[in-house]
Ligand binder design. Sequence first.
Ligand SMILES: [Zn+2]
Length: 265
Amino acid sequence: MSDPRGVSTIDDSIAQAARVLGSASRVLVITGAGMSADSGMPTYRGVGGLYEEQSTADGVAIEEALSGPMFERDPALTWKYIAQIESACRGARPNAGHHAIVDLADHVEHLCVVTQNVDGLHRAAGTRELIEMHGNIHRLFCIRCGQSRTVPDYSRLMQWPPRCGRCNGLERPAVVLFEEMLPSSALERYQRELAGGFDVVLMIGTTAVFEYIAAPVRAAASGQGTAIEINPADTPVTALCDIKCPGPAADVVPAIVQQLETRGF
Ligand SMILES: [Zn+2]
């Protein structure tokens, strides 16, 4: 991608991002669906790829099938569509972008990843400071006694819908369904992180529709740090960002880390 002067604009933005990150001590990374797109995943929120018509075989909108009220009314129906999503994601592996974030953490004093994704790929890549704001599709918990467990996938669940091994209560995945609140434990941890301040807010593959995502970007824009966006397309917060790297996460994040390492920023 070149502008009329023959200068590669994506390379310029990658160099700028590497320079800023190289001198940062506290970095907040916020990731969304675009982060996992390069792992070949359909995404939980971006269910359009799975349900083009927005309506399920059961005659309800996918947002309704995957909602908290539907789970209470008809858990088997919600489970049916969660299982389809889990099945489509099965076998997905962290991509070069997930791994590059782990490498980036070695170059700064503190790096925290906040993700909208429920696929567990940041955890699989080895990110330690991680807030999975919308939960993790591989973690199940009993709605009666609260006992939880983590499963590699849903292929070996003994019962369907799955039930608790301790009290036989119904289990559900530890993900935020439509019309449900974000988990208070994740929100509180996020607030503590924000209170510590950040030199750089790095948004990757998120459309920033949630206020909790847009707020730290606005804070950076008002002079409290540098906001960087990595996304092939523009988003509602692009105009607020100091640096925009227009490209896919799996290409851009490794390129930034490579520059940071080779140039010694
Ligand atoms: Zn139980």
